[in-house]
Design a binder for this molecule. Sequence first.
Ligand SMILES: Nc1ncnc2c1ncn2[C@@H]1O[C@H](COP(=O)(O)OP(=O)(O)OP(=O)(O)O)[C@@H](O)[C@H]1O
Length: 271
Amino acid sequence: MVLHIDSLVHRYPNGMTALAGVSLTVKAGERVAVVGPNGAGKSTLARHLIGIARPTSGRVEVNGRDAAGLGIADLARSVGFVFQNPDAQLHAATVAKEVGFGPRNLGFPADRRTALTEWALRVTGLTGEADSHPRHLSFGGRKRVALASVLAMDTPIIVLDEPTTGQDHRSVTLLEELLRGLHSQGKTIIAITHDTDFCAENFDRVVVLAEGRVQWDGPVEHWLEGAVDPPVSAFEQPQITRLGQRLGWPTPVVTVDGFLDRLTDHASSAD
Ligand SMILES: Nc1ncnc2c1ncn2[C@@H]1O[C@H](COP(=O)(O)OP(=O)(O)OP(=O)(O)O)[C@@H](O)[C@H]1O
């Protein structure tokens, strides 16, 4: 287990209870999408994972250690967080310096730092932009810089807040490939997202937060197939599911692979 959250309550100074007793365990290597309506408490929960929020009550454990007892710098070795708004985390004069900042700050030796920085630039498609000023890139480009700067820290847990927002199709495809690679390396991936297509293709488990509580927690297919209260129709169905419905298929498909399997079944039953 890499994350264990027990009865977490977060109350802001204005009295707003953003988390009203969240309990959640995430195992190493899991891919978890956290979904829920605006104001459900998703970002507040993420802030606890990187130690920039402290529990009003309850406990957050990262790798068996109480997050409240670890400093932000210590937690940064375990949990990388990609903010929804990249401008919240970019401050260096070049893309390469931005991406190299994290591994330098963590005290990695020079050869590891260089290798991680070059790898993070490459897998995010930014090698050609290494000398550019991050602020001169598009919003999608700045999001990739923010992602690369987290990847370069080589944390076992990566948390992404709305990673597909403002990204074009090519960037989302690149991100999906990258997430598959990180998953095969055994990293734990948690994303806050409103994007059902992205959930369907890249995550195994969905946690639905509502009004500061875990309302549902289970396999992504069950969530997408509607075994959820409220049903997934509260979110947009994946495009592939809508296409299956247009074709009149009686049971839903939720992934591209599922769709292709169903097509093959149809073709062989027509033979
Ligand atoms: N700094 C703050 N002070 C007071 N209340 C806050 C603060 N930040 C968030 N809240 C409130 O806490 C609740 C949970 O907010 P949070 O941003 O965690 O939700 P969310 O699920 O991430 O929402 P969204 O999808 O809109 O980003 C909301 O009612 C929000 O208005």
